[in-house]
Design a protein around this ligand. Structure first.
Ligand SMILES: C[C@](O)(CO)[C@H](O)COP(=O)(O)OP(=O)(O)OC[C@H]1O[C@@H](n2ccc(N)nc2=O)[C@H](O)[C@@H]1O
Ligand SMILES: Nc1ncnc2c1ncn2[C@@H]1O[C@H](COP(=O)(O)OP(=O)(O)OP(=O)(O)O)[C@@H](O)[C@H]1O
Length: 310
């Protein structure tokens, strides 16, 4: 008996995670202005949910019920990276379609956790499923790379090595459940500004690669080794621009984190904890010092994935 083909869904929702860079080695700027990277990405448990519905023209709406998310800086027009992702997908397939996109944000905006990249990845996947476009993984990753350096990783998730300008992503074995205290900051710090400060301060080191002991630490997953694993070459230039962030990183250590580091290009800071209870203790101590805009997240978690078809 042949089954009836399923009707196309009316809407599709895809969830995509925030990322952190456990390791971020940055080289001297290339002729195209981008910096060569050697990075270890980890997807962590803060998410944006993107819902797409077919429409006559492109639109985007951003909502959030999370007090840590300030939607002020998010464009609600064609500048939104989710709309750019949708248009790139229809151009790739040569089809004339449009969609209404709703983004429910749980990832802080302009925090160095790749929230916009997560939305772009989620939109590519959601529209592919909504319209049954059957885009190959290879093409999805190439479209993602065209939208931003962090976008391919948002599709892949887990823990992964990133190289090139960050867009060439390969999964890495990680047997840990790593706990992070995530300390947000209301004052934005644009990614290009931090890379420019990296250039001005001549911070590039000759050796930016990830050595084998670090991969071993991920495989062996002892939470006490995280301090030896992390490195972020954008931290010093970000601290040159923002002394307050350096002070907060010191406080994260004082409050008991096994290590503290800048998330990507900042301004979000991270404290590593041994387990969930330890993370909550650090949060309580940070609150005593006046840091209220703090969450706990764990990683690695899955990359962009469908959560509902309606
Ligand atoms: C800081 C990180 O989040 C670490 O993963 C990324 O490097 C930033 O990735 P992203 O926000 O997806 O960056 P893109 O949208 O591709 O580029 C934004 C700007 O960041 C700078 N940029 C980004 C990536 C890179 N490898 N070198 C750069 O210099 C460039 O000034 C670029 O114009
Ligand atoms: N869907 C979107 N969500 C958030 N910001 C967006 C979006 N589309 C465009 N933007 C613009 O991109 C800027 C950076 O936003 P995003 O939240 O991705 O920063 P980020 O987390 O620091 O990114 P990254 O870590 O990749 O550098 C915002 O200030 C906003 O102007």
């Amino acid at each position: 008996m042949s089954a009836e083909p399923l009707p196309d869904p009316l809407s599709v929702t895809v969830r995509a995670p925030a990322k952190i860079n456990l390791f971020l080695g940055v080289g001297r700027a290339r002729p195209d202005g981008f910096h060569p990277l050697e990075t270890l990405y980890q997807a962590v448990s803060l998410y944006d949910d993107v819902t797409v519905t077919s429409a006559d023209e492109w639109s985007v709406r951003t909502v959030s019920d999370d007090p840590h998310v300030d939607l002020a800086g998010v464009p609600e027009d064609e500048d939104n990276i989710a709309v750019r992702a949708g248009k790139a997908l229809v151009t790739h397939h040569g089809v004339d379609r449009a969609a209404a996109i709703e983004i429910r944000k749980g990832i802080p905006v302009a925090g160095g956790m790749a929230g916009g990249s997560a939305d772009a990845a989620a939109t590519l996947l959601a529209l592919d499923r909504l319209w049954n476009l059957q885009t190959s993984d290879e093409d999805l990753l190439a479209l993602a790379a065209g939208l931003g350096s962090d976008v391919p990783f948002a599709l892949v998730g887990g823990t992964a090595h990133g190289t090139g300008r960050g867009e060439v992503v390969t999964p890495v074995e990680d047997n840990g459940t790593w706990w992070w205290v995530v300390v947000f900051n209301e004052i934005g710090l644009p990614t290009p500004t931090v890379y420019a400060a990296f250039d001005v301060g001549e911070y590039a080191e000759d050796e930016i690669g990830i050595d084998e002991p670090r991969y071993k630490m991920l495989r062996e997953a002892d939470p006490d080794t995280m301090a030896l694993l992390v490195r972020n070459d954008l931290e010093d230039p970000a601290f040159d621009l923002r002394k307050d962030l350096e002070r907060t990183a010191e406080q994260i250590l004082t409050c008991g984190a096994t290590t503290a580091l800048l998330s990507g290009s900042g301004p979000t800071l991270l404290g590593a904890a041994r387990d969930a209870a330890h993370a909550r203790e650090i949060v309580a101590r940070l609150a005593e010092l006046g840091h209220e805009n703090v969450m706990v997240a764990n990683g690695p978690v899955a990359g962009a994935h469908v959560v509902s078809y309606n």
